[in-house]
Design a binder for this molecule. Structure first.
Ligand SMILES: CSC[C@H]1O[C@H](OP(=O)(O)O)[C@H](O)[C@@H]1O
Ligand SMILES: Nc1ncnc2[nH]cnc12
Length: 291
């Protein structure tokens, strides 16, 4: 049992959250570089909260250049136990309409320009990713969102594309009809992989802004449509975030699905063959199992 600390990574349209006591923006340095921005810390209902805008305030970082490893390391370094990713997404399903929230439980990763692991030569690890999100944390997010009046769809499959351009019509049809994706975005991978390596409980709330380009009645996706929906979605996300700490509680019991123990037995490199420089960089992410 440990004290819970909740982090929210805010995506497009969500660059701040309200209602934190003792709120302050903090610089956090990491061995993987600087995170996307300073991190806002404080408390809600007596529970520690950290908030990091994924693209930085002012939307500085493109999806391909978000410093994903620094972001996850910085949050782990602060003591975060539970990470909620909030993102804008396109929808492949008629019933998942703009303004609705989709609680993601699976990913299809089509990204190719990003560092996808903290581990590598000199310290090799293989964690399980069959169930990349934490079912407990995801279920609480879904319930709290519904209580806040949001239409919620559970168990969505999120296709992570490299971007920054939106999909072609052929891609949109392929992802929807053949691959069974429910929503599409550009940022949840490698974020979810890295959260698992850092032994964080991870939930993804994808807020629908558009129907991508497959929908015959909506035509191609354009940024103006997305922006028009984003601020309403961000307001709903802020309501959800304000209610989440009380719903989760102050104590973080061991995760029933083992998210907080993902690295146990995962490191294959024998101690005498480990690269000391890499091991040093892994202090926050994997110090628990490397000490
Ligand atoms: C604003 S449209 C495309 C942009 O929005 C999403 O960002 P995020 O996932 O951080 O909410 C999408 O992934 C793209 O980066
Ligand atoms: N249609 C879409 N494709 C990729 N990322 C998105 N973010 C919001 N809408 C999107």
């Amino acid at each position: 049992m440990s004290d819970r600390m909740i982090a929210v990574i805010g995506g497009s349209g969500l660059y701040r959250i309200d209602g934190l006591e003792d709120a302050s923006w903090q610089d956090v340095e990491t061995p993987w570089g600087r995170p996307s921005d300073q991190i806002l810390t404080g408390q809600i209902d007596g529970i520690e909260i950290a908030f990091l805008p994924r693209h930085g305030r002012g939307h500085v970082h493109a999806p391909s250049s978000v410093p994903y490893r620094a972001n996850i390391d910085a949050l782990k370094r602060l003591g975060v136990t539970d990470l909620i990713s909030v993102s804008a997404c396109g929808s492949f399903r008629e019933e998942m309409a703009p303004g609705h929230f989709v609680i993601v439980d699976q990913f299809i990763d089509r990204t190719y320009l990003r560092e996808g692991s903290f581990f590598g030569t000199g310290c090799v690890a293989h964690v399980s990713l069959a169930h990349p999100t934490c079912p407990e944390l995801s279920a609480t997010c879904a319930t709290v969102a519904e209580d806040a009046g949001v239409t919620v769809h559970r168990d969505g499959t999120y296709l992570a594309m490299e971007g920054p351009q939106f999909s072609t019509l052929a891609e949109s049809r392929l992802f929807r009809e053949s691959w069974g994706a429910d929503v599409i975005g550009m940022t949840n991978m490698p974020e979810a992989r890295l959260a698992r390596e850092a032994e964080l409980c991870y939930a993804s709330i994808a807020m629908v802004t558009d129907f991508d380009s497959w929908h015959p009645d909506h035509g191609e996706v354009v940024i103006a449509t997305i922006i028009a929906t984003m601020s309403g979605n961000a307001e709903k996300a802020r309501k959800l975030i304000a209610r989440l700490p009380a719903a989760l509680g102050a104590a973080h019991p061991p995760c029933p699905k083992g998210c907080d123990r993902a690295l146990e037995g995962a490191i294959l490199t024998t101690p005498e063959h480990r690269d000391p420089a890499l091991v040093a960089r892994l202090d926050a992410v994997a110090g628990r199992v490397l000490d």
